[in-house]
Design a protein. Sequence first.
Length: 469
Amino acid sequence: MRNVAAVKRALLVPVALVLVIAGCSSSSNHSSSPPVPATKRNILFILTDDLDLGEIAQMPNLQSMLVQQGVSFSNYFASVSLCCPSRATTLRGQYSHNTGVETNGGLNGGFETAHRLGIENSTIATWLHATGYRTALVGKYLNGYPNTVAETYVPPGWDLFASAATGNPYSQFNYTLNVNGKLVKYGSAPSDYGTDVYVQKTQDFITQSAAAHKPFFAYLAVYAPHQPATPAPRDASKFPGATAPRTPAYNAADVTGKPAFIQNLPLISARVQQRVDNLYRRRIQSLQAVDLGIAHLIDTLRTTGELTNTDIVFTSDNGFHLGQFRMPSGKQTAYDFDIHLPLIVRGAGIPAGKTSDQLVGNIDLAPTFATMAGVTPPSFVDGRSSATLSNQAARRPAGPRTSWSTGGRMTDPATAAARRSSPVISTRPRRPRFAGAGGRSTTSPSTTAYGRRVTSTPNTSPENASCTT
């Protein structure tokens, strides 16, 4: 567990990725525009779903091709440990209280809210597309998509959009993709396995972009290892006997000093522990297709001659717990295991096999991608890229961030106008939650969202060692 001060800095004042990520060095130039590369670099962004930090140890290709060939950030955190808020933050570089997407559905969350507020009109996709990049999102978009719109709806900015419109893509089979407005059905054959399909589509996009001599931004959003954590048939027998890590926090007997919702949990029974172990085994099995996909993607980059001109970024939307502090499985807490994620970057000029302890947040991804592409992100962005960090005095006033409301400097006019018409609007600032020393959470898992009390209690029922978010 990280100490309180470190995690506060990670969540409240996250610094940007260090300069090596953008492939540039610091400069005395205080212009508000980031440096434009002589040759625009490609970006391959791989986002997993609910990945626990420790599970990357079970991914040998990731270890040899990314970790050993790039920089791993040991202090990378998600500001909200939940799928849709995190993914909206990734697209916009804003905290959830500024995107307006604070949960996975309802009046203040999910795709429905993102679409209603119009935040899709300015994202990393539209920024890069406007400067000549070919852009692709393949896989999971925002939770709830395509509720409230047509199944063929394609969000702005994407040259290739391939995301599930119907079916249950979390199961990896029997789903229908919206591929640029055309619905394509996939069944239950091994060749229909979701991760493999998404990887192949991303490979094809890279190949086509290289042939067109166009820089690309490829966002591959796999569903693994999200529950039900279905492995590819070829991987279903791997890791026999694997069990969830028995860390000191696992099924802890002593929860003195923990929040009431933890203290009120019973010890996990042997039956539930078995279910947690089965889930852990399926999770690392499902990650094997992702790991194989990494090898295929790097091979495609090498074959097309684009490997040396491509920055590869790997992470997850949020973390996951498996038995810690008596919580069978899930996320949505402020504990380290739910917010502390892997962030691995490989690219030209990036040192190989290094670890950085720079504090980085998921709000920093979008502005860093923009910097990689030589694009100036909009002023509403909360995160900071490596280039803007060196000249932040020219872009932002001195002192800590103060925009803890729905309006103000961090919110663009269109989104602010949409929120003013929302019945759940409030400008009351809220106190963030932190993971403290020893895994101690400083507040309960309930938050205030736009003037309403919203309960986001983690999935802690010992009889339900699964989650559907």
